[in-house]
Every structure is written in structure tokens, then in C-alpha cells.
Design a binder for this molecule. Sequence first.
Ligand SMILES: [Zn+2]
Length: 144
Amino acid sequence: MEKKPKTAVPTPVSVRPDMMRLVDEIGPEGILLGTHCKSCGAKTAGKNRHCRNCTSSEVETIELSSGGILINYTIVHRAAPTWTGQVPYILGEVELPEHVVVTSEVVDVRPDEIEEGMQVKLSFRVGGHTKSGDPIVVYKWTPA
Ligand SMILES: [Zn+2]
């Protein structure tokens, strides 16, 4: 990676460019990406070269909705060593209107308040920094 001069303005980067692109280089706002298969019509999370349903390469990248319904969740008490956030935390599976399921942390809700079927929306946060000091933008779910 190229070293930046110390006076450079920090440039936010997406935690997973295959899953989320940033709206611009100023603030932590992003759009979830998906794949639409022109052969079978399936829509899946993330940018893929092939359809996960039928393996066709006739696919296009689409932008997914910014909210959906919490269909499943778990409260994680023992996090992976790479986890840098708080423990316990809530990991939720959210179904978007495109029938794509996206898993991420659910924030701004207490474990005793959360329930399946609740409406949630995307929330973008700075989850860390690169070695050159640029903020890493992560996507989470928050009650809508
Ligand atoms: Zn397909």
C-alpha cells in the first residue's frame, strides 16, 4: 500500500468493497451491493462474477435496499479474536425487499428489546482505521 503524506485528508474505505460501496469520499454512508442473475433471476448479497444459484456468468451488480425485516438473531457472548467491538453483541439476519439476506451486527437496541420481525435499517459507522489512518466504514443494522 502506498504511503500517504501526513497532511492528506483521511479517505473512508469500505470494510468489504464486494458487499458495500461508499456513496462518496466524505462521510460514512454506503450502499449494499448485490448480484442479479439474468439467466435465472436470482438476487444474492454481494458482488459476484457468477450466480450462486445457477452458476451463470450472465450477472449484473445491483444496489440493494437500505432496510428490511429482522428474520433471525443471536446474542454473541464470546466473540472471535478478530472482533473489535463490544461483547456481548447482537448478530442479526435481515431480509431485504429483494429477498436477499444480509447478516451484520444490530446496534442501538437492548437484547431484551429485540424481536424477530422488527423493521431495521442500515447504519454506517467507523469500525477502525487502516494502517495509513483512513477510517474503515462498516455497516450495521439499527431499528427503523
Ligand atoms: Zn442464476
